[in-house]
Design a protein around this ligand. Structure first.
Ligand SMILES: Cc1cc2nc3c(=O)[nH]c(=O)nc-3n(C[C@H](O)[C@H](O)[C@H](O)COP(=O)(O)OP(=O)(O)OC[C@H]3O[C@@H](n4cnc5c(N)ncnc54)[C@H](O)[C@@H]3O)c2cc1C
Length: 468
């Protein structure tokens, strides 16, 4: 069957666009954290929507599942194969053209394989801004960023990916192409179908292109790292900065002391900018005269120091200093992986409940998993925390294998019991399916299953993901 299938595939894709050898497939079969790995029949690398459609049609006929993959930086192993089904990985990386840039309509139309960073750069070249920014932006692709409805560092002000998508082109499970590449700001003509594919993790269709919203270019930024002594102080500082800056506050990231240490250990010549129990990395952005926001940040932080909300602050004095501060935040995940990884969680709670949530997690670890180490960081301004549990010093992550499910269930339950979510921005993929069973109602699960059945009755798109 495999060789017949591969032969048929070569009728719709050039041979060089099909990776068959195990060594060529390996990187596509393994998730970013090197935890999940299953073989695929092959990796298909189409270069246009017509080829994607032909591959999907062929797979549907042959009963072969299709796993769409972008930059493979997803953190829930959604873009790699699972055990138990014949499947191919369909990589969008060769679909990397910018199709259109509309400076008057403030939009850009790109193929799914264009990286997030390339979109940011194209926007800047046209004196615009694309506001989604995250640590993996050099590798993550627009198709993946849309399919995970990624958040990142500036959701506080600009919202997540969903808010930036104006239109989509999608290859459906039966191989038809839906051209929904509209650049309209208003279009109330029936159900807004694109919303189903945003955050859909490739379960309902394969995104081949997108029209994205652009914003006016930022004229200046003021960025600071502030040390705080307590979680309450972190929340108080966020509130006072937000009260002063309103929508101009575009970032508020929480970095615990262990997260800071992991990041610095992974940055060549990394130096601790200041000593504190925990840190907030904050940024104000201006669209007019930038001097105003710099002095606003300075005076607000001075007040926080004299009120003893902040223990120490550093305000970046140049682009280089800003980049150094940003790098600390962006390197935490890589530093953690280099130090052996962690049982990762991506929870969100109403912002006011962040201190009690972290205290509950600390109490849990102290009482039930006292040999483990915590690494907590995240997007405080969005109520989103990455609560990662690391094995004891000197042990590998496998050491936690037998306790992993219990740790995860306990931490997810802490968030859900406080009105939160067990997966704030990373999605479900292979890794959060147990959480779907535990925390979602039967009604929600039924509706999701019905949608899946309507869009993909033969279940050839990404089996074994998202739905229990
Ligand atoms: C260092 C680091 C930092 C990160 N920071 C953040 C962060 O701050 N915020 C955040 O939200 N995430 C973050 N992530 C997670 C990850 O970068 C995002 O989820 C990103 O959006 C994934 O994009 P990708 O192209 O790598 O997708 P992949 O990992 O390739 O795929 C992700 C999912 O989308 C599906 N998919 C991919 N392309 C398509 C397509 N064209 N059509 C349909 N389905 C598709 C896949 O099947 C899979 O289910 C981070 C990851 C790393 C490694």
């Amino acid at each position: 069957m495999t060789s017949d299938f591969l032969q048929a595939l070569q009728a719709v894709l050039p041979r060089k666009a099909i990776l068959i050898e195990a060594s060529d497939r390996a990187a596509y079969e393994t998730d970013w954290r090197h935890i999940h790995r299953h073989p695929a029949i092959c990796v298909a690398l189409p270069e246009n929507a017509g080829q994607v459609a032909a591959v999907v049609k062929l797979c549907a006929g042959a009963g072969v599942a299709v796993v769409p993959q972008g930059g493979n930086t997803g953190l829930v192993a959604g873009g790699v194969p699972v055990a138990g089904a014949p499947q191919i990985v369909l990589s969008l990386k060769r679909m990397n053209k910018i199709r259109d840039f509309d400076p008057i309509g403030n939009s850009i139309t790109v193929e799914a394989g264009v990286t997030l960073q390339e979109v940011q750069q194209a926007a800047l070249a046209g004196e615009k801004m694309f506001p989604i920014s995250l640590g993996a932006e050099g590798t993550a692709q627009i198709g993946g960023v849309i399919s995970t409805n990624a958040g990142g560092l500036q959701v506080l002000s600009y919202g997540s990916m969903r808010r930036q998508v104006l239109g989509l082109e999608v290859v459906l499970a039966d191989g038809r192409i839906w051209n929904g590449l509209r650049a309209l700001r208003k279009d109330n003509t029936g159900f807004d179908l694109k919303q189903l594919f945003i955050g859909g993790e490739g379960m309902l269709g394969i995104i081949t292109a997108a029209t994205l919203n652009l914003l006016p270019e930022v004229s200046g930024r003021a960025t600071a790292l502030a040390g705080v002594a307590t979680l309450k102080a972190a929340l108080d500082l966020f509130q006072s900065l937000r009260a002063q800056a309103g929508a101009a506050m575009t970032m508020c990231e929480f970095i615990s002391a262990p997260a800071m240490a992991l990041s610095l250990a992974h940055i060549p010549d990394g130096r601790r900018p200041l000593d504190a129990a925990a840190y907030l990395l904050v940024e104000f952005s201006a669209h007019g005269e930038p001097a105003g926001i710099i002095s606003l940040l300075e005076t607000t932080l001075e007040a926080a120091l004299s009120d003893e909300i902040a223990t120490d602050v550093i305000i970046a004095q140049s682009e280089r200093e800003r980049a150094e501060l940003m790098r600390i935040r962006e390197t935490i995940s890589e530093g953690e992986l280099a130090e052996g990884g962690a049982v990762k969680h991506d929870i969100s709670v109403p912002i006011g409940r962040i201190p009690e949530t972290i205290r509950a997690v600390e109490a849990l670890i102290a009482q039930k998993f006292s040999d483990c180490r915590l690494n907590i960081f995240g997007h405080l301004g969005d109520g989103n925390l990455h609560v990662n549990v690391r094995p004891p010093a000197g042990q590998t992550l496998q050491h936690l294998d037998s306790r992993k499910a219990e740790i995860t269930n306990e931490i997810e339950t802490i968030a859900v019991a406080r009105g939160g979510s067990f997966s704030a921005e990373h999605g479900i993929g292979q890794m959060r399916i147990a959480g779907m069973k535990t925390h979602k109602s039967e009604v929600e699960l039924d509706l999701m299953r019905m949608l899946k059945l309507a869009f993909d009755p033969s279940r050839i798109l990404s089996p074994g993901k998202m739905l229990p």
